[in-house]
Ligand binder design. Structure first.
Ligand code: AHR
Length: 511
């Protein structure tokens, strides 16, 4: 059996997780909105058309914040199309996904859905075809109490209470050639700065996210962030990161290693942001909003990304995730948690159907994808203080010769320090790993519970007819042997252990 050691000391912490780390994303894309969260006429739909089967799964998932309405969609979206009497809203040919947008769902429906799902809205403004003034107008419509033209319009539309949206994205992936209204870094940086200025004059306490690169592989990566932050440093709190992980051919090891790029990506953007701060001799730290991340490769090429004939809510980007995907997903999630000192928001792209945590049949059933479970475990048990662990374990070699650790792990002191959650992904497909916990300055009194998710078939998926093929079960066990906690982590698995914990000094004084 392979061996590994984790050293933990509560004196050494990374930081506290921001609840917004456990966010997701709803875009007007495919069946994410229509046939996903919203489907009037569905047997479970409430009076507003919100599917209650999906709503229950969203609550179970523990999502804290949802980004809306895009994505690429937002860069051609007129928010005015989606408010007011539904029968007067325009149908449009939508150029991000070549679909027909009915506008039956818009800003007020989204806010109402967020309130029912008990989560925070994160809005994006259109800086593709529109500009600073429309961004300011949407903020006025959403957040001003009343007594102005646009806030009074919201009252007329049946929403007297302001929506109180705090977190705003200044556009989406504006560096990308596929983006409607793509810009150079200087063009975007200038527009983002002016939009931020107006929005902040209207409401000083909003939080703003500037667009970083649409991926780490863009030719302008890092230089884009530098230029954008030179323009916007004084008026934004966050820069965005987007990362999708791909499997090429049957290269499972390379696929596993994709998650490690998340850590590298974070380090690089922190370096760029702090470099911009250094040039200004500023102590301000720009935080990171990893507001699109997931595994995505089966439904990504141009041919599968759109359907001909301008359909309404086509079934596109409907990635059926496997157990193997859940390992990469889990490892990326733990990396985000381990960088909670700088990553203050993160959104899994996306919530339902479109590269989704949840799948539905239009008019029918809803079920959990394998990636649902690592996310749920983390939102349930990873909110707290992340410990700066030291991990020693075996490695695997990717096809470029780089070595990667077999284990990705995170340790979080939760419940005000009364419990410790230990999360592990074992990327060794052949052997279980015997993991020894070396504890300094703390005791783990007892194992409260544990969960493990694995499958003999790494390609196993969940479907409407077999919705629980991949799911976690109770176990594995953890025991004290030779004076130390020892855990056995099965091969190719996601696992979580929850212990009751006590600082060592408290232990001494309580006995
Ligand atoms: O999440 C799918 C798409 O991926 C988003 O619309 C876009 O921002 C990204 O390229």
């Amino acid at each position: 059996m392979a061996k590994a050691t984790i050293i933990l000391d509560p004196a050494f912490v990374v930081g506290k997780t921001d609840p917004r780390l456990f966010g997701s994303f709803v875009e007007h894309l495919g069946r994410c909105v229509y046939g996903g969260i919203f489907e009037p006429g569905h047997p479970t739909a409430d009076t507003e058309g919100f599917r209650q089967d999906v709503m229950e799964l969203v609550r179970e998932l523990g999502v804290t914040v949802v980004r809306y309405p895009g994505g690429n969609f937002v860069s051609g979206y007129n928010w005015e199309d989606g408010v007011g009497p539904v029968d007067q809203r325009p149908r449009r040919r939508e150029l991000a996904w070549f679909s027909t947008e009915t506008n039956a769902f818009g800003t007020n429906e989204f806010m109402s859905w967020c309130a029912k799902a008990r989560l925070e809205p994160m809005m994006a403004v259109n800086l593709g075809t529109r500009g600073a003034d429309e961004a300011r107008e949407l903020l006025e419509y959403c957040n001003v109490e009343g007594g102005t033209a646009l806030s009074d319009l919201r009252h007329q539309h049946g929403h007297p209470s302001p929506h109180g949206v705090k977190l705003w994205c200044l556009g989406n992936e504006m560096d990308a050639p596929w983006q409607i209204g793509a810009k150079t870094a200087v063009e975007y940086g200038t527009l983002a700065r002016e939009s931020a200025k107006l929005m902040r004059w209207l409401q000083p306490d909003i939080e703003l996210v500037a667009c970083g690169s649409s991926s780490r592989s863009m030719a302008t990566f890092a230089e884009w962030e530098r230029v954008v932050l030179e323009e916007t440093f004084d008026v934004v709190e966050y820069i965005s990161l987007h990362g999708y992980f791909s499997k090429h051919g049957d290269k499972s090891r390379d696929f596993m290693a994709e998650a490690d790029l998340v850590g590298r990506y974070i380090d690089e953007i922190v370096a760029v942001a702090d470099g911009v701060a250094a040039r200004r001799r500023s102590s301000k730290r720009i935080m990171l909003s990893f507001d699109e991340w997931n595994v995505w490769y089966r439904t990504r090429d141009r041919a599968t990304r759109t359907k001909p004939g301008w359909p309404e809510a086509p079934a596109i980007l409907e990635e059926l995730f496997t157990m193997e995907d859940a390992l990469v997903f889990g490892a990326a999630l733990l990396t985000l948690i381990n960088r909670c000192d700088r990553v203050k928001a993160a959104c899994v792209a996306q919530l339902v159907n479109v590269i989704g945590l949840i799948m539905t049949e239009t008019g029918g059933r809803a079920w959990r994808q394998p990636i649902f479970y690592p996310f749920k475990h983390a939102s349930d048990w990873a909110q707290g203080t992340v410990l700066d662990m030291r991990l020693t374990c075996g490695t695997f070699t990717a096809s470029n010769g780089d070595q990667f650790p077999d284990i990705v792990s995170a340790a979080v002191l939760a419940d005000g320090g009364k419990s410790l959650s230990l999360f592990c992904v074992n990327r060794n497909f052949d052997q279980p790993i015997d993991l020894v916990l070396s504890l300094r300055g703390m005791e783990l009194r007892k194992l409260l519970e544990s969960r493990v998710m694995r499958s003999e078939d790494l390609n196993a998926t969940n479907t409407a007819d077999d919705p629980e093929r991949v799911k976690p079960v109770r176990g594995p066990n953890a025991a004290i042997r030779d004076g130390a906690w020892q855990l056995t982590i099965p091969p190719a698995s996601w696992s979580v252990f929850r212990f009751s914990s006590l600082p060592r000094s408290a232990e001494a004084s309580s006995t």
